[in-house]
Design a protein around this ligand. Structure first.
Ligand SMILES: NC(=O)c1ccc[n+]([C@@H]2O[C@H](COP(=O)([O-])OP(=O)(O)OC[C@H]3O[C@@H](n4cnc5c(N)ncnc54)[C@H](OP(=O)(O)O)[C@@H]3O)[C@@H](O)[C@H]2O)c1
Length: 267
């Protein structure tokens, strides 16, 4: 069902984006791989070609509107159509708000995680309407619930949730579906290493361990691809995390205590 479809993956050079690209290659897709690091993108593209995909690599920054437009133009010039847009590019932070010395990290988080998604979606929309395509956004469970030491990240992912839930309604009669993916912690990505610390520097190799409940990239990617095929509206990974979102609706104080305990476990 995905064979021959053209799929743009924004943020395809590492972690979940690279894993999704690899898994989508088995479906004989046309993949457009976009991010800032061209060497890493080319290495992902090589793996994808070996597994059966056709690939196009586009270097750019999602927070720059001109890069998003160039990505769109190169996609259409090469593959003549666009069927799936995967908004995966993202950056994070790990710092208590009262200790933060560099507030520009809030701007960077919003520009990449939220505004970048807005810019790229706006460029790609005409082609997605034409193909009755689909937008898949990798948000986070933090697009639904709050997590301490992540104020700017949580805010950017909540903004993404609000934007895409609204857009889904506007596109309902145009045949374009919108899926919000909300994963728990993922193992094996660069997100934590590249996250901003209180001074706006990258944390680097962190002493914070991953929770036992973190999920593998392969498992997460396979669930996302299933969701793309069945055109789901929301995907919480793992599914049992839905309990926390329900708890947050009806007993928010209890949900907060559970989340705070989980974050402490990782200190
Ligand atoms: N890791 C987790 O625990 C977790 C949990 C829930 C949700 N997520 C979400 O999953 C998505 C993927 O993250 P990941 O964990 O796989 O981290 P990752 O390994 O750091 O991947 C992030 C990707 O985003 C790209 N990117 C960052 N800034 C960009 C920009 N300005 N323009 C274009 N591309 C940019 C990076 O490529 P370049 O550096 O080459 O630009 C990279 O390909 C993110 O949206 C993240 O919020 C992660």
């Amino acid at each position: 069902m995905l064979a021959g479809k053209t799929i743009v993956i924004a943020g395809a050079s590492s972690g979940l984006g690279a894993s999704l690209a690899t898994q989508l290659s088995y479906h004989k897709t046309n993949l457009v791989l976009f991010s800032r690091n061209i060497d890493k993108l080319q290495s992902v593209a090589k793996t994808c070609e070996e597994k059966g995909a056709k690939t196009l690599v586009v270097r750019g920054d999602i927070s720059k509107q001109e890069d998003c437009k160039r990505l769109y133009n190169e996609t259409i010039n090469n593959f003549n159509a666009l069927h799936h847009l995967v908004l995966n590019a993202g950056i994070s932070m790990w710092a208590k708000f009262e200790e933060i010395t560099d507030l520009t990290l809030f701007q960077k988080l919003i520009e990449t995680n939220y505004l970048g998604a807005v810019y790229l979606t706006h460029c790609c929309l005409p082609a997605l309407i034409k193909s009755k395509g689909m937008i898949t956004a990798i948000s986070s469970i933090q697009g639904k619930i709050a997590v301490p030491e992540h104020t700017g990240y949580v805010a950017s992912k909540h903004a993404l949730t609000g934007f895409l839930n609204t857009l889904r309604m506007e596109l309902a009669d145009k045949g374009v579906d919108v899926m919000l993916v909300m994963p728990h912690w993922l193992r094996g990505t660069n997100l934590r290493k590249n996250a901003f610390d209180k001074d706006g520097n990258q944390i680097g190799e962190s002493s914070k361990g991953h929770s036992k409940e973190s999920i593998s990239l392969e498992e997460c990617s396979k669930k996302i691809i299933k969701g793309m095929i069945s055109r789901k509206r929301e995907l919480i990974i793992p599914g049992k995390l839905k309990i926390l979102t329900w708890l947050n609706l009806f007993f928010p104080g209890l949900a907060e205590k559970i989340v705070m305990g989980k974050v402490k476990e990782q200190e």
